[in-house]
Structure formats: structure tokens, C-alpha cells
Design a protein around this ligand. Structure first.
Ligand SMILES: C[S@@+](CC[C@H](N)C(=O)[O-])C[C@H]1O[C@@H](n2cnc3c(N)ncnc32)[C@H](O)[C@@H]1O
Length: 369
């Protein structure tokens, strides 16, 4: 998903740094999981990962990309839903080898959710399509997301899919919706003309999970989760760098993740923000972030600490070093930097403090015990 602070591009730098520090895989806490990109990469490197974030969509990604470890069989779904059974049979006939097996069934369910299921407009069509005076999705795509989201809810309620299947498919719906959202990348505003990506049809393309046991997902504050986890090997910290609250920039994925079936969400304003669910993070102000970092370092039982930060972030190098060195077992802080040229899209983003064409991504390391 297009996400502020997404570390996908920096994964080689993070993994390389861990190797350079000779930290062998064990139990890691990816405390600000976001898209779960880092948790997923750590899992691939052989780590067990506990991840956390305040946002429900992040919890969905954590479950899909870090916790789930095998492709579900979908046997109960096929037995309990005649339409799905027919779709699976058609898909199996369509291509012999690629479609066979669990991977093929996963893709076929994705296709079913993308365009085969009988379309039924719902909450998203009412509030986030032109009929609701918000141009986040074309009418057709809003109906498709509504259809897929409602089916997932019903399948789970009827016991036709287990948790792994539910979260794998829900993650794919959120990612698919993001690809066709009529925005400049964040949901703080929609664009008043349809963008080329918004005109494309929704594609739900679930990803096969990585093998690996012992990981867990947490919806909650980083420090609270760190305290509950107790002794672990590595704490990876990638907090918000600036004043933008993720709850306001990603309210649409948040709504899709939470659903609208038990309590109908109350929306406010031009963009349909979630009225009652304003999850404000104290990491989004300099003073709050300094306090929260000290609290997190106090709460964690990790042996090694790795903090990602950006040279344009709210906390200065001096403040970061002071806080980390106070928590380090030997007072020592090591810093690794990766320089890269700013992309145009990056330059155009709202609310960033720009200092030239070069950005430095930083990794601070300390041994905590
Ligand atoms: C820079 S992003 C993390 C990006 C992530 N590493 C990735 O690659 O996608 C910061 C994340 O911190 C989360 N966050 C903000 N305050 C938090 C808190 N107190 N506890 C846990 N997560 C928090 C935000 O929701 C956001 O997803």
C-alpha cells in the first residue's frame, strides 16, 4: 500500500545493518508496523516477530503478512457457499497447472471477490463514491469493495473461513482499494477529476503467506505491547516522523479494516473522517515523541535496539542520541546512514520540511542489556 514512512525501499539497508551488527535472528518487536513490510522481511530472515500498531488496517496486514504461515484450504468455504464452489471449479478448469492446489484456489477466491460475486452496494458506495459527494472511488469500484467486504464479514460469521483466510483476503481488499483510490497517495483529500488508476477495475490479489511459526500481531500502543512482551532480542522502532496523524491520512483503509456491520461509523467533514475514532499518536509532536521514546525504552525488555529515523523528522539527532544513550547498557549509540535523492512525489508531499534534494534515512543502534 502507498504509505507514509513505508520501509519497503529500505529493507535491504535494514537487513544489511542487522547482519553487520551480527545480530542473529530471535524474537523481534516491530513496534510501529504500518504496512508490516519490516515484520515480513524479518520473518523472511528467520525471525519470530511480534508486531504492533494503533491502526486496525495495520493489524490486518500484520495478521496477513507476518502471522499467517500457510495458504488456507478454503474447504469449508467451498462446501458452504455454492457460488464460491462454482467459481473454484471454473477456475480449476480454466488453467490446469497454475490453478491447481492452494495457490490457485487463493487466486480464484481473489477473482471471485474482484468481479465474480453478485455486486451489492453498501456503506462505501453511500459515503465514498460520487453518490455520497465524495470522489474517493468510482461507483463501480465502491460497489466492488462493498461486495467483497460484506462477503468476508458473512463468511467469517458463518464459520466458512478461519482467521488466517479472513485476514489474507481482507488485506488484499484494502490493498486493492488503495490501488484504485482517487487520491494523491493519502486519504486526507480526494481528487476532483478521476485519475487513471481510479478508473481501473478493483483487483483483489491475495498474497501467499511466508512459512514460519511463532509470530503475533497486536493492535495497540508500542510501549504497552513492549511491556507485555517481556524479554526479547530486538526492538525495531519506526515511529511517525512528523505532525501528520495517520488516523486522519488513512481513515478510508481504517474503515474498510474495521467494517461497518456491528456499529455503523459516524463520519464527519468533507472527507468523511471517523468521528469517534480519532486515534491521536503522541509521537506526532516533538515533545510528545521525546517523552514517548523514553517511555518505550523503559518498557521494552529487548537486548538490541534499532531505531529508524529520517533526517527531516521532528526529533533532532542530538535528542535521539541522548534518549538512546541513556537507555544503552554502555551509553554507546551507533548510527548508520543511507543517503538518497528525493523523488519528485516526495518533494510534493504536504507537510514535509524540506532541506534540499537529499534525504538521509538513519538507523540508530544500541545494546540495551
Ligand atoms: C513510519 S510509520 C511505520 C511504517 C512501517 N515501518 C512500514 O514499513 O510500513 C509509523 C507507524 O506508527 C504507527 N503509530 C503511531 N503511534 C503509535 C503508537 N503509539 N504505537 C504504535 N504504533 C503507532 C502509525 O499508525 C504508523 O503506522
Amino acid at each position: 500500500m502507498r504509505y507514509i514512512g513505508n520501509k519497503t525501499r529500505l529493507l535491504p539497508f535494514i537487513v544489511r545493518t542487522l547482519r553487520r551488527l551480527a545480530i542473529a535472528p530471535g524474537m523481534a518487536h516491530d513496534a510501529f508496523a504500518g504496512t508490516a513490510a519490516v515484520g515480513r522481511a524479518l520473518k523472511e530472515e528467520g525471525w519470530q516477530v511480534a508486531s504492533s500498531d494503533l491502526m486496525t488496517y495495520s493489524y490486518v496486514f500484520q495478521r496477513a503478512y507476518v502471522v499467517a504461515s500457510r495458504i488456507p484450504s478454503f474447504a469449508r468455504l467451498a462446501a458452504g457457499d455454492a457460488d464460491v464452489r462454482r467459481a473454484l471449479r471454473a477456475a480449476t478448469r480454466a488453467s490446469v497447472r497454475e490453478r491447481a492446489g492452494r495457490k490457485g484456489r487463493l487466486a480464484a477466491i481473489g477473482e471471485y471477490l474482484s468481479f465474480r460475486a453478485v455486486p451489492r452496494p453498501g456503506f462505501l458506495t453511500r459515503h465514498f463514491a460520487p453518490g455520497g459527494d465524495r470522489m474517493y472511488f468510482t461507483e463501480e469500484n465502491a460497489i466492488r469493495v462493498d461486495t467483497a467486504r460484506a462477503l468476508l464479514h458473512r463468511w467469517r460469521l458463518d464459520g466458512l473461513v478461519d482467521d488466517d483466510a479472513y485476514f489474507l483476503l481482507l488485506a488484499a481488499v484494502i490493498e486493492g482499494a488503495d490501488r484504485v483510490a482517487n487520491t494523491a497517495g493519502v486519504y486526507a483529500a480526494f481528487i476532483k477529476q478521476w485519475q487513471p488508476n481510479a478508473r481501473r477495475p478493483l483487483v483483489v490479489a491475495p498474497e501467499a503467506p511466508l512459512p514460519g511459526k511463532g509470530s503475533s500481531a497486536h493492535l495497540g500502543d508500542a510501549s504497552a505491547v513492549a511491556g507485555a512482551l517481556g524479554p526479547i532480542d530486538l526492538l525495531y522502532v519506526d515511529p511517525p516522523y512528523n505532525a501528520r496523524q495517520y488516523a486522519g491520512y488513512y481513515h478510508v483503509p481504517e474503515l474498510i479494516a474495521r467494517g461497518w456491520f456491528d456499529d455503523v461509523p459516524v463520519l464527519r467533514g468533507k472527507t468523511g473522517l471517523i468521528a469517534d475514532g480519532a486515534l491521536r499518536s503522541e509521537w506526532c509532536s516533538a515533545r510528545g515523541a521525546e517523552r514517548a521514546l523514553a517511555g518505550l525504552l523503559e518498557a521494552t525488555g529487548a537486548r538490541h535496539l534499532l531505531v529508524s529515523y529520517n533526517s527531516e523528522g521532528l526529533l533532532s539527532d542530538r535528542v535521539l542520541r541522548r534518549a538512546i544513550s541513556a537507555a544503552a547498557v554502555d551509553g554507546r549509540v551507533r548510527r548508520f546512514a543511507l543517503r538518497y535523492k528525493r523523488y519528485r512525489a516526495d518533494r510534493d508531499r504536504v507537510g514535509r520540511r524540506y532541506k534540499g534534494d537529499e534525504v538521509r534515512e538513519l538507523l540508530y543502534y544500541a545494546r540495551l542489556r
